[in-house]
Design a protein. Structure first.
Length: 342
C-alpha cells in the first residue's frame, strides 16, 4: 500500500508539472495566433469594426473558427467589442496603436524581438562561442528605437526636464555624441526637438547604420548628423563633445571599460555623460521574478550584462573617472549622469 501511495504522489506531481507547462505554452500559442493574424492581414480587417461573419469571409475560414479566434483575442485584450450593443469587434486601443506603428513601436518588430529572444534562449545550453551580436542587432535596435514623432519627443523632453544641465546643452547645440545609437530613437528625437543641435552617432552593425541613415533622412536632420559605422572602443575624438548618451545596456562586459575611457576623452572638460537603467529591479512577485530572470538569461545569451542597476551604473561611471555622478529619477525611469572633470 505504501508503494502505491508513493506512486500516486509521483503521478500527482507529474500532473502538476504538466499543468505548469501547459500554462506556459498558452503564451506561445497566443503569440503564434497573433503572428498568424498579422501574416494573413486579419489584423488589417480588425482596424475597423467587423463581425465574425465578415471576418470569416475576409479570412477564408468558417464562421465558427472566426468566432473562436475573436474570443481568444478578446480574452487576451487584443480586440474588444466595437460598442456594447454591436456584434462587431475592433482592435483594442493598445493593439491598434501597436499595429499602426506610427511611433516606431510596431507589432511586427515586437513579434520579431520575441522570436529573437526565443532563439537566444534555445542557445542557453550551447557550448561557449564568440558572441554572435550581428544576428539580431537590427531587431533589437528597432524594438527599442522609437521614431522622432511629437509623442516620442515629448517623452524624451520629460526626461530632459529632470536634467536641466543636459537639456540646456542640447538646446545650445551640443554637440551630442550618441554611443551605441541603434536606429536613433534618442538622437533623432533630440535633433528634431533642438534645431541648433549637431550630433555624432557611433554604431557597429551595418544594417542598423543603414536604417539610421534612412530615418535621419526621413526626419529631415541628416545634414546635422554624422553617422559613424564603427566600434565604440575605437573612439579617438579628443575633448569635442558637450554631452554624450551611452546606450550601456547593449555593451558586453569586456568592452565597457575601454568604451567609457573613449567617451571620457571625447567629452570636453565639464562635458556630461548620460546613461539609463534599462529595467528597474523586479518586485517580489513570482511573475516579476520569473520575468526578470528570463530577461537576464536572454541578456547573458546575447553576451551583455543582465540588468545593470542605476546604482551599479553610477559606480561604474565613478570608476571610469567621471565626477559628480548622480542617479536621477525621471518619468521614463532612472538615469545616471556623470561629468568629465576640468
Amino acid at each position: 500500500m505504501d508503494g502505491r501511495l508513493e506512486e500516486l504522489g509521483a503521478l500527482q506531481a507529474a500532473f502538476a508539472g504538466r499543468a505548469q507547462i501547459q500554462q506556459w505554452a498558452r503564451g506561445a500559442e497566443l503569440l503564434a495566433l497573433l503572428q498568424a493574424a498579422s501574416d494573413t492581414k486579419t489584423l488589417d480587417l480588425l482596424t475597423r469594426p467587423i463581425t465574425a461573419e465578415a471576418l470569416a469571409t475576409g479570412s477564408d475560414i468558417t464562421t465558427d473558427r472566426a468566432r473562436r479566434i475573436i474570443e481568444v483575442l478578446q480574452d487576451a485584450g487584443v480586440v474588444r467589442k466595437a460598442d456594447d450593443s454591436s456584434p462587431a469587434y475592433v482592435l483594442s486601443p493598445e493593439f491598434g496603436a501597436l499595429h499602426a506603428g506610427a511611433s516606431g513601436v510596431e507589432l511586427a518588430t515586437a513579434l520579431e524581438a520575441s522570436n529573437a529572444a526565443l532563439e537566444r534562449v534555445h542557445s542557453a545550453f550551447s557550448p561557449p562561442t564568440a558572441y554572435d551580436w550581428e544576428s539580431d542587432a537590427l531587431v533589437i535596435a528597432r524594438d527599442w528605437g522609437v521614431r522622432p514623432t511629437p509623442a516620442a519627443r515629448s517623452m524624451f523632453v520629460m526626461a530632459y526636464d529632470a536634467l536641466p544641465a543636459y537639456r540646456d546643452r542640447l538646446a545650445a547645440g551640443g554637440p551630442l555624441l550618441d554611443v551605441g545609437s541603434g536606429v536613433g530613437g534618442a538622437a533623432l528625437s533630440a535633433l528634431v526637438e533642438y534645431p541648433a543641435l549637431r550630433a555624432v552617432t557611433v554604431e557597429r552593425a551595418s544594417d542598423v547604420v543603414e536604417e539610421l541613415r534612412q530615418r535621419a533622412q526621413a526626419a529631415g536632420v541628416a545634414s546635422r548628423l554624422d553617422i559613424r559605422h564603427s566600434d565604440a572602443q575605437e573612439l579617438d575624438d579628443d575633448a569635442v563633445y558637450g554631452v554624450c548618451y551611452w546606450a550601456q545596456a547593449f555593451f558586453p562586459s569586456h568592452t565597457r571599460e575601454s568604451t567609457l575611457a573613449g567617451i571620457r576623452s571625447a567629452l570636453a572638460p565639464g562635458g556630461l555623460l548620460l546613461a539609463q537603467e534599462l529595467a528597474a529591479p523586479a518586485d517580489d512577485s513570482t511573475s516579476a521574478r520569473l520575468g526578470a530572470s528570463l530577461d537576464a538569461l536572454v541578456a547573458d545569451c546575447r553576451g551583455v550584462l543582465p540588468g545593470v542597476s542605476a546604482e551599479d551604473l553610477a559606480a561604474e561611471l565613478r570608476t571610469g573617472g567621471f565626477n559628480g555622478v548622480e542617479v536621477v529619477p525621471t518619468p521614463v525611469g532612472q538615469l545616471v549622469l556623470g561629468r568629465r572633470g576640468q
